[in-house]
Structures are given as structure tokens and as C-alpha cells.
Write a protein that binds this ligand. Structure first.
Ligand SMILES: [Fe+2]
Length: 279
């Protein structure tokens, strides 16, 4: 399973990535059980990973990143949520606060499995650091420019798919939903004023503030303040995420105002700089 003998000590190649993808699929499958609910939750994360890889390809292509960097970025995307599998197996939840930090766990899994060990030490760090911090509330002060670039890339590629997952989750009848997506929050027609005011003051809401699924939607809307590249805003608009998330909230006057407020923010971010620009 861990035959890495053909690896060079340079950068990740297409062939290497193919090998890592097969390894990842086998790793995911090793967690499947006969339980339908567990299978649904785990499949969702595997599918999420596939989409995050696609987002990453789209973003790095738009930015005209050299191909070796693009492949490294895709490797990070492939492994960014690997910690979700042992997290779910042990705790049956994707809520880090009541289980374990899945990003830290992910880096531990990669080290334990030794899947990166034939890469140069510097490349291993460029892969591990962005995975470790992909879910941090804010981008930490990292000294290495490459690590910082890859961290920003994975944070954008990840968010762009979490929005898709959540919108699809909301569109399904309750009994068909993958239960762990809603983090166990009640889906009632209420939201918390402090989460709303957070979004209206252009601040990111945090998981600890959430009481309902609507709060979760509001928090996800606040993530637009954490996008790093103009192409991410373009994709956010192209996929109508704002409209879809707003329409899942109660149609109150306050939510109507929030919608206009966020549309204005998007317009601001989309003006000016060319699409490959970091904002
Ligand atoms: Fe994650």
C-alpha cells in the first residue's frame, strides 16, 4: 500500500498525485461500516474532498500558478479533511468543539501513515501547515510566503465547497440529510441577533456563537470576509451562493437588509483588480 519507491525528491508530479488519490480512497473506504447514517456522513466528506480539489484546480489555473505549485496545492486539498474520518469513527460528529480538532488530527494521521515521508522536509511542511490551520478562525502569522499562499488557497477552496454542501443539505428533506452536516443544531425559524450583527459589522462569526441552523447559515455568510482571492469572489457569485443562503433564512426585513449589505460588499470586492489577484 505504501509503495513510494518511484518518488523523486523534487516536487509532486501528476503520477504522484494519482498515487496519493488512490491511497486516499482506500483510506476513506477503511472507515465505512454497514451503518447507513455513518456511510452518508463519510461519503459526504469524500465527495467534499473531490470538490475542494476541483475548486483548487480552478483557482490555481486562474492564478496561473506554475504546475508544480498547482499539484502541491491539490495535494493539500486532497488531504485537508483527512482527520474527519477518524474523528467521525471515534466521536460520530464533525463538531470539533465537542470532539477533537480535525485539522490537527489530520496532520497526525499523515505523519502516522508516513504517506508524505518521501517528500523533502520543506515540502512536507508546506503540505502540513496549511492543513493544520485550514480551519483556524483567522490566518495565523506564518513567516513562510509559500506556506501562507497555500493556506489561503485551501481556505478559499474549502469554503467554496462547504457552501455547496450546506445548500444541498438544506434542500433535502430532513430524513435524507447527512445528519452530521447541521452539527446537531435545531432547524427552527430563528436566528441569534449577535450572529446577525457580527455579519453586519463585517466580522466573522464563530462556531461557539451558534444556537440554530439559521445561525450556522449566517456564520457561513460571514465567511465572505475571509476570502483571499478575487477568483473566489467570482466563483461565489457564479454559483449564486449569496442568494441561495439568504433564501434559506426567514424572510424578515433584517435579513432583506443583510442581503443588500452583502451584495454591496461583493460588488466592492469584485471591482478593480484582475481575477487572479489576492485581495
Ligand atoms: Fe476541514
Amino acid at each position: 500500500m505504501n509503495d513510494l519507491s518511484y518518488w523523486r525528491d523534487e516536487t509532486v508530479t501528476e503520477r504522484d498525485l494519482g498515487f496519493l488519490q488512490s491511497w486516499f480512497s482506500r483510506y476513506c473506504r477503511s472507515f465505512y461500516t454497514g451503518n447507513e447514517e455513518d456511510r452518508k456522513n463519510l461519503l459526504l466528506k469524500e465527495d467534499h474532498t473531490r470538490h475542494v480539489c476541483e475548486n483548487m484546480r480552478r483557482i490555481t489555473k486562474d492564478m496561473s500558478l506554475e504546475s508544480s505549485k498547482g499539484l502541491l496545492a491539490e495535494t493539500i486539498a486532497l488531504f485537508h479533511d483527512i482527520g474527519r474520518f477518524p474523528q467521525y469513527a471515534e466521536y460520530k460528529t464533525f463538531r470539533d468543539g465537542s470532539s477533537v480538532n480535525h485539522a490537527t488530527l489530520g496532520t497526525e494521521v499523515l505523519c502516522r501513515e508516513g504517506i508524505l515521508k518521501t517528500l523533502q522536509e520543506s515540502e512536507q511542511q508546506i503540505i502540513l501547515q496549511p492543513i493544520k490551520f485550514h480551519n483556524a478562525y483567522a490566518v495565523p502569522d506564518l513567516r513562510d510566503d509559500d506556506t501562507l499562499l497555500f493556506l489561503k488557497l485551501i481556505r478559499d477552496a474549502d469554503k467554496l465547497d462547504i457552501w455547496r454542501v450546506f445548500i444541498e443539505y438544506l434542500a433535502l428533506p430532513e430524513k435524507e440529510r447527512a445528519s452530521a452536516v447541521g452539527l446537531g443544531l435545531p432547524h427552527i425559524p430563528e436566528y441569534s441577533e449577535d450572529v446577525l450583527s457580527c455579519v453586519l459589522s463585517r466580522r466573522m462569526a464563530s462556531l461557539s456563537m451558534l444556537n440554530t441552523v439559521n445561525d450556522f447559515i449566517l456564520m457561513q455568510l460571514s465567511w465572505v470576509y475571509d476570502l483571499n482571492f478575487k477568483i473566489s469572489f467570482i466563483l461565489f457569485r457564479e454559483r449564486s451562493y449569496l442568494k441561495k443562503l439568504i433564501s434559506a433564512l426567514p424572510s424578515t426585513e433584517a435579513i432583506g437588509k443583510l442581503s443588500l449589505f452583502l451584495e454591496e460588499y461583493l460588488k466592492e470586492r469584485l471591482q478593480g483588480a484582475p481575477s487572479h489577484h489576492e485581495l
